[in-house]
Write a protein of this length. Structure first.
Length: 457
């Protein structure tokens, strides 16, 4: 009997669906089908390809609530977040459609003729999506890859395949060619590995842990296969003494509690200038304690459960080790079924403690003091990661200096916003390789062909 994946509701631990798990043979067949579909899709006129993607966006828009409810069931996201995620898929498709007719090459001045470049699709793109934001992150790669003329085979995370499967159905409903966008739920070591190693896959886009990202990069190297990797993070939230402390403290909780802290961009290292450390902590503590944790379908809920029992155990292990010497400030969380963990701040902790330097991927942040600008930068960069971060100050010069000094791909000043579909996203160091989103997203799924035409008689 074929192996199945059991999808649990993280808020209740109930099985909400079972889906077949893809085998290497399934991957092989899907890639072959995708290759045939891609050749036809690449021949479609750019304007018609753009119209097809806009139809897909419109169909997604008509199913926002359905997709959001699926996300709540399989991922435990709050209903407000889930609606935003479904809307983001729609917006990504619209934005990518707008780039189809602007996927331009160049004319380069040369002697003796005319030189032009042509951007051509890669072929079949393999996308391996994570469980923390199943819908939008799958669309980050899928939308521009399709827009550039490629086919996509998407492997969603084992725990969250339902929204991806539904999106594939909606693509067909919108009139996209059959087999152009296929979803293959399966286990990472089986279906994921088969997708990465398949010679018919021209590029792999992976979002997930740094450990798995390194394995994928090594496997792709054998075929000199392109990869885009969006990996872990341990992002700083730097609060200078001259900042609007009330605003910084009010914004800080959801900077690390959104999606229950299961976010590579979570600001889990709150770095506060020593002269205002006590005052800031006095403002931050009640803001964390008042976060509403509970039923994801309740519109008032701000934070839901963790994704799984394994993730809950992982988060507990960090806090247990850390709180032997640290002070823990904790909010409330439901008891009973579900993978619940309360919002947690850790203070009086060593700057090199595991929970201060490793990615916990849960609703846990450490608060560390710093002395001056140089010390803030030192602490911010004291990690192998470099994905995101925030800087709170009224001094624009300090904001710019700190932004230049902190090694991270996405920084916000007096804000915690990391991701906009119209701006580039990606990390430094162990946080990944390549950039997604933004105006250049489509070119990441193309080959540049150079053509020289002699004009000499």
């Amino acid at each position: 009997m074929p192996h199945e994946l059991h999808v649990l509701n993280p808020a209740t631990e109930e099985v909400v669906a079972t889906v077949p798990a893809a085998t290497p043979a399934d991957v092989d067949a899907a890639v072959a089908r995708a290759g045939a579909a891609q050749r036809s899709w690449a021949a479609v006129a750019p304007a018609d390809r753009a119209r097809a993607l806009r139809r897909f966006a419109a169909v997604v828009d008509a199913h926002i609530e359905e997709l959001a409810l699926l996300e709540v069931r399989e991922a435990g996201h709050t209903i407000g977040n889930a609606r935003w995620e479904a809307g983001n898929v729609r917006d990504l498709l619209d934005y990518a459609a707008g780039g189809v007719e602007r996927l331009n090459g160049r004319q380069i001045p040369v002697s003796g003729g005319l030189d032009i470049t042509i951007l051509e699709p890669l072929g079949v793109v393999g996308v391996i999506a994570p469980w923390n934001f199943p819908m939008p992150i799958a669309a980050w790669a899928t939308a521009p890859a399709l827009a550039a003329g490629n086919a996509v085979v998407l492997k969603p995370a084992e725990t969250t395949p339902l929204t991806a499967l539904r999106l594939a159905e909606l693509a067909l409903e919108a009139g996209l060619p059959e087999h152009l966008f296929q979803v293959l739920p399966g286990e990472g070591p089986v279906a994921g590995t088969a997708l990465v190693e398949h010679p018919g896959v021209a590029k792999v886009v992976f979002t997930g842990s740094t450990r798995v990202g390194k394995e994928i990069m090594a496997r792709a190297a054998g075929q000199v296969k392109r990869v885009t990797l969006e990996l872990g993070g341990k992002s700083p939230n730097i609060v200078y003494a001259d900042a609007d402390l009330d605003a910084a403290a009010a914004a800080a909780p959801m900077s690390f509690l959104d999606n229950s802290g299961q976010d590579c961009c979570a600001r889990t290292r709150i770095l506060v200038q020593r002269s205002v450390y006590d005052r800031f902590l006095a403002l931050l503590t009640p803001a964390v304690e008042e976060i509403v944790v509970g039923d994801p379908l309740d519109e008032r809920t701000q934070m839901g459960p963790l994704i799984s029992r394994a993730q809950l155990d992982r988060v507990r292990s960090y806090v247990t080790d850390a709180t032997e010497k640290a002070t823990a400030i904790r909010g409330k969380a439901p008891e009973g079924p579900g993978f619940w963990f309360p919002p947690t701040l850790l203070t009086d902790i060593a700057e090199d403690a595991p929970c201060a330097v490793e990615e916990v991927f849960g609703p846990v942040a450490v608060v560390l003091p710093f002395d001056d600008e140089a010390d803030a930068v030192r602490l911010a960069n004291a990690t192998p990661y470099g994905l995101s971060g925030s800087i709170w100050t009224r001094d624009i010069g300090r904001a710019l200096r700190t932004s230049r000094a902190v090694r991270a791909g996405n920084l916000s000043v007096n804000s915690h916003s990391s991701v906009r579909y119209w701006t580039p996203f990606g990390g430094f160091g162990q946080s990944g390789l390549g950039r997604e989103l933004g105006p250049d997203a489509l070119t990441a799924f193309t080959e540049t062909k150079n053509v020289f035409i002699s004009t000499e008689a």
